[in-house]
Ligand binder design. Structure first.
Ligand SMILES: [Zn+2]
Length: 82
């Protein structure tokens, strides 16, 4: 089973906080190994989390997902030349 970039983006937060089921995590992991776009996104998402993470609370800022997805769509279309 192959998953698309869009699906990986949906799972990124779960991937980073290890809340994904093992099989989904494996699919995401596999995709990241060969997709430069998603690895780059994973890196920036991780950086954002480090910047916003509190010692005790781990959660995305309100609207973070929506903004991230909008940004990802822009990046994706630019990188694919559309
Ligand atoms: Zn991808």
């Amino acid at each position: 089973m192959v998953i698309e970039c869009k699906h990986v983006w949906d799972h990124l937060s779960g991937y980073l906080d290890s809340s994904l089921p093992a099989d989904t995590r494996a699919l995401v992991q596999k995709h990241l190994e060969h997709c430069e776009i998603c690895s780059a996104i994973l890196d920036s998402t991780r950086n954002i989390l480090i910047l916003t993470a509190d010692d005790r609370v781990f959660e995305f800022p309100v609207g973070f997902s929506e903004r991230l997805h909008a940004r990802l769509n822009e990046e994706f279309h630019r990188d694919t030349g559309k």
